[in-house]
Design a protein around this ligand. Structure first.
Ligand code: PEP
Length: 255
């Protein structure tokens, strides 16, 4: 098949105050006006989402939450719900980012509850999976990534491949400046696609977007994105600078 339509996400993590987020969104809106072949998603901190949506509402740039709770509402101080994110203008939700798993102790079971809630409410999950350096060095990459994909998707009924994005984000590459090589990324993405085919079916698996994340920057975007099974990127550090983020999107437009 032809290359799938790429999806480029910018994960702002816990950066940008509301006024900084508004400035960044204004810059993206202007710089990305002619982007046609790539889906662009920005993932601001929850407190910035409404003001970013206000700026981007007449653009094609979509918005994602960075995390959410699986309950509809309740006494969960500090959490946000799917309904809150949807009402604020989110179409996507990052689930199981390595910082949630490794800094905040999020388990596969919790990731799965969030994925199921996203499907139930119509948010499109960007399900993040990836191995640590120790897991890679001890030959356990496939065990870990396979387990995370299967556990994250348990009980999901997928009717359209557009409802789901998977991000392969090796933990050792996130925020370190050391990206996976194009060969390592392609190998992991092929493996993930095989697992997705097993969980759903091979025609859905063929169409699902699998992003790569981990120290993507303008200098390495082309070599990563040109791989057959790399369908975009989830970008942290380099998405904070609208100039760098847009350079990567313009590289993606070529594929
Ligand atoms: C991320 O936060 O998902 C990420 C990949 O970060 P970075 O691009 O900074 O490695």
């Amino acid at each position: 098949m032809n290359k799938r339509r790429l999806i480029i996400g910018g994960n702002w993590k816990m950066f940008k105050t509301p006024s900084e987020a508004v400035s960044a969104a204004k810059a993206l809106k202007v710089k990305l006006v002619n982007i046609e072949h790539v889906d662009v998603v920005v993932c601001p901190p929850a407190i910035d989402i409404v003001s970013v949506r206000e700026i981007l509402k007449e653009s094609s740039i979509k918005i994602a939450g960075q995390n959410m709770h699986w309950e509809n509402e309740g006494a969960y101080t500090g959490e946000v719900s799917a309904g809150m994110l949807i009402d604020s203008g989110c179409e996507y939700i990052i689930i199981g980012h390595s910082e949630r798993r490794h800094v905040f102790g999020e388990t596969d079971g919790e990731v799965n509850k969030k994925v199921l809630k996203a499907f139930a409410t119509g948010l499109k999950p960007i399900l993040c999976v990836g191995e640590t350096l120790d897991e890679r060095n001890s030959g356990h990459t496939e065990d870990v990534v396979g387990r995370q994909v299967r556990a994250g998707l348990a009980g999901v009924v997928l009717s359209s491949p557009q409802q789901l994005v998977i991000a392969y984000e090796p933990v050792w590459a996130i925020g370190t400046g050391v990206n996976a090589t194009p060969e390592q990324a392609e190998e992991a993405h092929c493996f993930i696609r095989k697992i997705v085919a097993d969980v759903f079916d091979s025609s859905l698996a063929d169409e699902i977007c699998i992003q790569y994340g981990g120290s993507v920057k303008p200098a390495n975007a082309e070599e990563l994105l040109k791989n057959k099974n790399v369908d975009g990127a989830l970008i942290g550090g380099a998405s904070l600078d609208p100039e760098d983020f847009c350079s990567i999107i313009k590289i993606a437009e070529k594929f």
